[in-house]
Design a protein around this ligand. Structure first.
Ligand code: GRF
Length: 191
């Protein structure tokens, strides 16, 4: 299965997927391309260093639909079959979701449906939850609301800050994302 990864920043989940594919931990798959909407995304250099093709597709004042159309085009040119969002900070248009129906997944740093959106680790702390974690889910037209593939739980400690909690969740994210993509590629997870 040809995988395309969309990033906007650090790219640690992207690196986890690329390295897992290289190590044969996601059999029968390859990373076709890493696309960023931000030219300065730190993940771009990490992808290049691993020999993965990278492309920058900036929004440049275009509508969401026009921007997405260019990304869809780049993904199709490379026969991408599965799109993994990995810290991609833009909402996808309806056209994008429909172009890759049931073939887009995302990782989110909370146990959905609790805390969709942004700054979710701070929200978890403000709410006083004792357990948080991460969720890998299929992407539909609603934010962080598509069918859940898997979740991993993480303890929230009394002295946690948003930063310490985010770091503890991130450690679980990498393995969770690899596990979820492995299940999809082997058809053990379907919409
Ligand atoms: C992760 O916490 C992910 O769950 C969220 O954005 C962050 C991206 O981190 N969607 P990275 O770019 O993968 O390091």
């Amino acid at each position: 299965m040809k995988i395309g990864i969309l990033i906007s920043g650090r790219g640690s989940n992207m690196v986890a997927l690329v390295d897992a594919v290289k190590r044969g931990e996601i059999p029968n798959s390859s990373i076709a391309v890493v696309i960023s909407d931000k030219p300065n995304a730190a993940g771009l250099e990490k992808a290049r260093a691993r020999g993965v093709e990278t492309i920058v597709v900036q929004r440049r004042g275009r509508t969401r639909e026009e921007h997405d159309a260019e990304i869809i085009d780049e993904l199709r040119k490379r026969d991408v079959e599965l799109v993994c969002l990995a810290g991609y900070m833009r909402l996808l248009s309806k056209d994008f979701v429909q172009a890759f129906a049931d073939r887009i997944v995302n990782i989110h740093p909370s146990l959905l449906p609790s805390f969709p959106g942004l700054n979710v680790q701070q929200q978890a702390i403000d709410h006083g939850v004792k357990v948080s974690g991460c969720t890998v889910h299929f992407v539909n037209e609603d934010l962080d609301a598509g069918p859940i593939i898997l979740q991993r739980a993480v303890e929230v400690k009394d002295d946690d800050t948003a930063e310490t909690l985010a770091a503890r969740i991130l450690e679980e994210e990498h393995g969770a994302y690899v596990d979820a993509v492995r299940r999809i590629v082997s058809s053990r997870a379907t919409r």
